[in-house]
Design a protein around this ligand. Structure first.
Ligand code: ZN
Length: 356
């Protein structure tokens, strides 16, 4: 595994459901502590400042640290765990999946229970099982046994999905690319900028609680006071069977994606065109897409104070918001290249023109 794959392994295998992002924060700190000045906001977002030639403009690169997961809601007398979903899950992708409960005595492995087909009625086979009717089986035979394992109500539960480089050597498979890829994007860009000149101050920000309401992006904006904000994200790859071209147009391996809108914002048009022109000039492949459902951190950042010119830059990813996603490392590498090129060009005059 090379340095990039190794970083994705560390970032994606770290556990961090909304409100429990500490492990991810530590990984980011480890990568950036020697080249940035690090602070946190008061709900846990990490803000890593990389000084350039000028204090302003301040450029915020936000990737959210939290992943979708669950929380222990109730332990039954029979020894099963009822759970509460943190973030947007489609219940179809849950049954028979392996999870880990982060208990105070350590990790407890379990599986989301499913009924064997032998005993399903024909009506049950056609029906979607609701999350509220599911449970996690940690192999216990009574409630007390679960409690002895250290599990209590409120414990975080995360999907189990070890990171893997796939057979072609270019695609990565694992959990939580949404949005550890965004964290990897600002880490990669800042590592590169540490070796180059840039006419601004760059803030790599790992935000908390994005999946439950863009919360860390809102609070960390007060710490950064950005002049320009980028949300670094994953996009919905539509290059799989069953997805219509007008539902999701992104393809794996065809470059990073600029979103023309998402559910929470429409980008600053001059910034959008500036990034597109920079990509052309640098001969970096890019794609365009629209996201009608769901917001991003850019939605919170662009509403800070009087408003902040913002844009979403994403890496297309298959099967997001499930246990296992697939992404292409060249899209990631190109996104970092593009970010670095854009940041090197964003001087005080260029940024002033964005809001003229
Ligand atoms: Zn996301």
């Amino acid at each position: 595994m090379d340095a990039i794959a190794e970083m994705f392994k560390k970032l994606t295998e770290a556990s961090g459901v909304p409100g429990y992002e500490g492990d991810v924060r530590n990984v980011i700190r480890e990568y950036l502590k020697d080249i940035t000045t690090i602070e946190t906001d008061k709900i846990g977002s990490i803000v890593c400042r990389k000084d350039g030639a000028c204090e302003r403009p301040k450029i915020m690169l936000a990737g959210h640290m939290d992943e979708i997961g669950f929380m222990v809601k109730y332990i039954t007398d029979e020894g099963f765990i009822k759970f509460s979903a943190l973030g947007g899950w489609w219940s179809h992708v849950l049954l028979a999946q392996k999870v880990v409960v982060k208990s105070r005595k350590g990790d407890v492995v379990g599986v989301i229970g499913s009924k064997p087909p032998h005993i399903l009625t024909s009506e049950e086979r056609d029906k979607m099982v609701k999350t509220k009717d599911m449970y996690i089986d940690v192999g216990a035979t009574k409630g007390d046994e679960v409690k002895e394992m250290g599990i209590q109500v409120g414990d975080a539960i995360i999907p189990v999905a070890p990171f893997e480089v796939m057979n072609n050597g270019k695609t990565f498979m694992g959990k939580a690319f949404d949005d550890r890829t965004g964290c990897a994007m600002f880490i990669g860009a800042i590592q590169q900028l540490a070796k180059e000149e840039h006419p601004n101050t760059v803030y790599g920000v790992g935000t908390v609680q994005e999946e439950v309401g863009l919360r860390g992006a809102r609070t960390s904006s007060w710490l950064v006071e950005p002049d320009v904000g980028f949300a670094l994200e994953v996009g919905i790859a539509g290059d799989v069977p069953g997805v219509e071209k007008d539902q999701a147009q992104e393809k794996l391996g065809a470059g990073p994606v600029i979103l023309f809108r998402d559910g929470s914002m429409i980008p600053n048009l001059k910034l959008r065109d500036f990034v597109v022109d920079t990509a052309k000039e640098m001969e970096i492949p890019i794609q365009f897409d629209l996201l009608e459902g769901g917001g991003t951190d850019a939605g919170a950042i662009h509403l800070h104070k009087l408003g902040v010119p913002g844009l979403v830059l994403s890496v297309p990813t298959r099967h997001i918001h499930s246990h296992i996603g697939i992404m292409h490392r060249e899209d990631y590498e190109n996104s970092v290249k593009l970010l670095v090129g854009v940041i090197k060009r964003l001087d005080v005059n260029t940024v002033a023109q964005l809001t003229e």
